[in-house]
Design a binder for this molecule. Structure first.
Ligand SMILES: Nc1ncnc2c1ncn2[C@@H]1O[C@H](COP(=O)(O)OP(=O)(O)OP(=O)(O)O)[C@@H](O)[C@H]1O
Length: 637
């Protein structure tokens, strides 16, 4: 171990800071399997890792050799002083020999330093490469996960795979692994030298070494528990602060400042008490270890002195030995530290691998269904232009049919109960119903974010499960309720579903939805970067962008979740006009909130609690005086 590293490792923590073994570490569930998988990730870097090992051995040279050589210096000086007699000047000082030893020491020091540097460089490259590859794999995986996975987990949880877990993996590979290598090599090296010098003193050192570890194993679990409590208390304080800040106006409006402050004071005191205890107990560990270490040191010095007196060891040897004994503590604490970090890292890697192993959205167009259908003697509808075979070019006519569709997000809580309706190609369907009745779910099933539990959905007479997912989704242009533009340029947002288009075509669409002037007035035109939170574009203009996006794709079916938030009457008219343009010549399925949209629909489906309760045109349904008429009456109230 090089001198720098030894010093840096004097107080364990290394790159991760603090004493890792004092922090509660997570336990991986399948450590072996995860470790094997991690190693297989490292396999392509075999050569570079061999280099890391080689340089790790070299970098420990100084720590292993230096005390022995300095002991040699002591022996030479001691002999010279003895020759001169007590108080007299030494008769002969072997300057040449001393100079050679010091020169050698400097050489080894430089060599250790360079080796340590090269080892870092190699390891950083490997670590960054592995994490880069994993990050790409996770990103690709997220794109292939079914929507259900996102429902079932908090988004923060998934994001944390990408950030915290992969970061920890990177820094451990970069630092802790190197620490482990150097700790092992320097520990073994020093042990071997000590053994050659004095087996008795080595045995004594080995006996004393675990005593310091005993202090750690006595106090560390307690400290870990206390740190956990401190973390919980900190969480409670953060929650209180958030409440304070976010609910500031409500707290004030209801005159609850004092209550809020009292709550905060209590939690703050709990944090103070928990923090004090955790720091106190963990603070005992280092002095305790120091104390035991020093006692051992004294014992070793005494035993060494006895050996010198009996003529079995020289003074320089004992001095070297004492230095080794001191240094030996460092790899031991470093290993203890690294083992805790490694455990957390394996737990993090396990979470990443679990995500990578999540079942993906199947491709759709599952040929088994085709096979079954054909085996039963049903010809494939429209087989001349099959979406499976003509993957790239197939275009539906746009005939959509729901047949007795049942669906539940959670088993036993059906959201759709036997829904059936038909949207002939080129017609417009409005879906209306109270909030929570299942309108959005219908659209989610059509786009195959989820699959029905029973019944089927047909596009041009073909079960949508038989159509490859990518082909299916290309048939739909989706205008979501929330006109969300992702961070990027306006051009990228417009071409999101299309990839590329002629400049003129983009402007044509922009003119059609009457956005051209607005875009021209933007500082960067089409290349203006639109951020989520800034207001270069108004809400209505953002809606127009999402409509223009669909027009550029020109899909056979338009699915629109009509925005509920109102915009000014002028923009509202622009949006309506743009939508009319988008509806033209294609099948349209609209979750409608505006009367105007509903009135113009060829057919209206009224959904209530997951069931279709009425189907008909506006006039028919008004005349019937049923659910639709009540909805209208409620809306105009
Ligand atoms: N991802 C989900 N996981 C679990 N339950 C869900 C999920 N999405 C919707 N639900 C539930 O399914 C039911 C139907 O929801 P859906 O969003 O389809 O209704 P909606 O008619 O579109 O309502 P709104 O008009 O308010 O958008 C509701 O009870 C809702 O709470």
């Amino acid at each position: 171990m090089s001198a720098e590293r030894t010093r840096a490792g004097g107080r364990p923590g290394g790159a991760h800071g603090g004493s890792a073994f004092l922090r509660p570490s997570e336990r991986p569930r399948e450590a072996r399997r995860t470790l094997r998988r991690l190693l297989s990730l490292l396999a392509p870097y075999r050569l570079r890792l061999a280099g890391v090992l080689f340089f790790a051995v070299l970098s420990t040279l100084f720590a292993v050799v230096a005390p022995r050589l300095i002991g040699e210096v002591t022996n030479l000086l001691f002999a010279a002083v003895r020759q001169g007699g007590v108080g007299g000047a030494p008769a002969f000082v072997p300057w040449l020999r001393l100079g050679a030893i010091f020169g050698f020491l400097v050489g080894i020091y430089v060599l250790s330093f360079v080796a340590s540097y090269l080892q870092q460089v190699l390891m950083v490259g490997v670590a960054q490469d592995v994490v880069y590859r994993l990050r790409r794999a996770v990103a690709a995986k997220l794109a292939r996960l079914p929507v259900r996975t996102f429902d079932e987990r908090p988004h923060g949880d998934l994001m944390s795979r990408m950030t915290n877990d992969l970061d920890l993996l990177g820094s451990t590979l970069q630092q802790s692994l190197v620490d482990v290598f150097t700790a092992v090599f320097s520990g073994l090296g020093m042990f071997a030298v000590m053994l050659t010098m004095s087996p008795q003193l080595t045995a004594l050192t080995l006996f004393l070494l675990p005593l310091a570890g005993g202090i750690v194993s006595l106090l560390a679990p307690r400290a870990q528990r206390l740190f956990l409590r401190q973390q919980e208390a900190l969480g409670a304080v953060s929650a209180a602060v958030e409440e304070h800040v976010r609910g500031f106006e409500v707290t004030k409006a209801f005159g609850q400042e004092e209550r809020a402050e009292r709550g905060f004071r209590e939690r703050n005191f709990e944090l103070y008490a928990a923090g004090w205890r955790a720091q106190f107990v963990s603070g005992l560990i280092w002095p305790g270890m120091g104390f035991v270490g020093n006692l051992g040191y004294v014992l070793l010095a005494w035993a060494g002195a006895l050996q010198v007196l009996s003529g079995r060891l020289s003074v320089g040897d004992v001095q070297a030995f004492l230095q080794y004994a001191r240094q030996l503590n460092q790899p031991v604490t470093q290993l203890a530290n690294a083992s805790s970090i490694l455990q957390s890292t394996i737990a993090a890697a396990e979470r990443v691998f679990r995500l990578l192993d999540e079942p993906e959205e199947d491709d759709g167009g599952a040929s088994p269904l085709d096979v079954v259908r054909e085996a039963r003697g049903h010809p494939k509808p429209d087989s001349a232009s099959s979406p499976v075979e003509g993957r790239g070019s197939w275009r539906a006519r746009g005939d959509v049919r729901f047949e007795d569709v049942w669906f539940a997000y959670r088993t036993g809580e059906p959201v759709l109960c036997g829904v059936s309706f038909h949207v002939p190609a080129g017609t417009r369907l409005a879906i209306v119903g109270p909030t929570g009745s299942g309108k959005t779910t219908l659209v989610s099933l059509l786009l195959r974010f989820y699959d029905p539990e029973r019944g089927q959905i047909l596009l041009d007479g073909r079960e949508i499960r038989e159509i490859p997912r990518d082909v299916l989704r290309r048939q739909f242009g989706y205008v979501p309720q929330d006109a969300w533009l992702f961070p990027g340029t306006l051009r990228e947002n417009l071409l999101y579903g299309r990839g590329e288009a002629e400049e003129e075509e983009i402007w044509e669409v922009l003119r059609a939805v009457r956005l051209a002037d607005v875009v021209r007035a933007l500082p960067g035109g089409l290349d203006t970067v639109v951020e989520e939170d800034e207001d270069l574009l108004s809400q209505g203009e953002r809606q127009l962008v999402t409509i223009a996006r669909v027009l550029l794709v020109d899909p056979p079916v338009l699915v629109l979740d009509e925005a509920t938030s109102g915009v000014d009457p002028h923009t509202e008219r622009l949006v309506q006009d743009a939508l009319e343009l988008a509806f033209r010549g294609r099948t349209s399925i609209v979750i409608a909130h505006r009367l105007q949209t509903v009135e113009r629909a060829d057919r209206i489906v009224v959904v209530e609690r997951g069931r279709v309760v009425e189907v008909g045109t506006h006039e028919e349904l008004v005349g019937r005086g049923g659910a639709y008429a009540s909805l209208l009456a409620a809306a105009s109230r």
